[in-house]
Design a protein around this ligand. Sequence first.
Ligand code: SF4
Ligand code: SF4
Length: 67
Amino acid sequence: MPKVEIRSESCKACEYCVVTCPNKVLAIGEANNSKGYHYVVPANPDACIGCKLCAIVCPDAAIEVYK
Ligand code: SF4
Ligand code: SF4
C-alpha cells in the first residue's frame, strides 16, 4: 500500500497538496511546527493511491511518497 509522509518542519501550510490530492488524503493538522505553521498530516492515509501529485506540487519538497 502506498504511504505518504510529510516533513512537518518543511511545511508552511500553503495547502497546495490538500487541494491537489484526488482522494482527500491530506489535511491541515492541529499541531504547529517550530515556525508556527499548522503542518499537513495524512488524515485519510488508507485512501492514498501513490500518484505523487502532492509531492510534485509542494513548493517546499516537504512530501515523500513511498509505493
Ligand atoms: S500520493 Fe496522490 S493520493 Fe497519495 S496523498 Fe499524494 S496526491 Fe493524495
Ligand atoms: S504543499 Fe507542501 S508546504 Fe504546502 S501545505 Fe502541502 S506539504 Fe505543506
